[in-house]
Design a binder for this molecule. Structure first.
Ligand code: LIP
Length: 287
């Protein structure tokens, strides 16, 4: 398999240009996250009782959006804080149709809680989509100096070197990650904990690192075997193209789709898995 640098010259122009743009935006945002941590004193607030946002999320998002709007002025942007749906964007018409246009899907800080607590599992996640399908993804992890990139049809790389998902076929050998929802009502918690219990009794162990985009990339490079969670498009869009290009399989552990996004970007009931345990894990979590 080719390194990212040897692959660059063979990319179609519109993808090569957007890769440059995405790398510039991710590197710019990474500097903002690092500076924010060194300087400290950033503000925090809660969007809902368990859903945190910091002033660094907003600064990172502003910098990314400025670069994308300058370099790709006609592309649409779905971004966690500034534009979490396209439904009421006046230049895009109906929300369903809007998602078929060239589209960026941004999480300016994935793992905001980790960031606020000084943990390293924090990333910037940037995806570019065509027809609602992520075709290019970058997950930049500034505190561990790891950059994951995936380009549909061309490959997936960690710091420029090709990566592959785990080849395990035995679910009892699987190290599986998940996340916990910000809704903590008793019914949601019961369902979440029941799934955790199933994984703990059938797999090797479970992890909750707190940044879905990184969990998905860990599946892509074989450190984790699978990941599942009910989440949002900006948490999964970039990671999904990276993991799928590394051989992982995307699926669903329930069939309740959100009204806000097309199925290709919907992240409710999201799972991604090494191919050899995908069927067994889906059956385990669904049943
Ligand atoms: C967070 C995730 C985390 C997940 C949370 C949340 P944020 O993203 O990546 O792993 O469990 O539900 O979505 O809010 O830090 O961008």
């Amino acid at each position: 398999m080719m390194t990212l640098n040897s692959q660059r010259t063979g990319l179609p122009t519109q993808i090569a240009q957007r890769l440059d743009t995405a790398e510039t935006a991710a590197a710019t945002a990474a500097k903002i996250l690092i500076a924010g941590r060194i300087k400290g004193g950033f503000s925090t607030s809660f969007k809902s009782p368990y859903d945190l946002v910091t002033s660094i999320d907003l600064a990172s998002e502003r910098a990314i959006l400025e670069i994308l709007k300058r370099e790709c002025p006609d592309d649409l942007i779905l971004s966690e804080e500034a534009s979490p749906t396209l439904g009421n964007r006046d230049q895009s018409g109906k929300s369903g149709a809007a998602y078929t246009a060239p589209l960026w899907v941004i999480d300016p800080i994935d793992g905001t809680m980790n960031y606020a607590h000084g943990l390293r599992e924090t990333a910037i996640s940037i995806a570019y989509c065509e027809q609602g399908i992520p075709v290019l993804g970058i997950v930049e992890c500034p505190f561990v100096q790891e950059t994951f990139i995936g380009i549909r049809g061309y490959g997936a790389w960690l710091n420029g070197e090709p990566i592959r998902a785990s080849v395990t076929t035995d679910i009892s050998h699987a190290l599986v990650a998940t996340g916990f929802p910000s809704q903590r009502d008793p019914q949601t918690l019961d369902k979440t904990l029941a799934r955790v219990r199933k994984v703990l009794t059938s797999c090797r162990d479970i992890r909750r690192a707190g940044a879905a985009s990184i969990d998905i990339c860990q599946v892509a490079c074989g450190r984790l075997t699978a990941f599942f969670e009910d989440i949002f498009p900006w948490d999964i869009a970039a990671g999904t193209v990276i993991a799928e290009e590394a051989g992982a399989i995307r699926g669903r552990f329930h069939d309740r789709l959100s009204d806000d996004y097309p199925a290709t970007l919907d992240a409710t009931g999201y799972m991604i898995s090494a191919p050899g345990i995908f069927t067994a894990l889906t059956e385990l979590i669904k049943k």
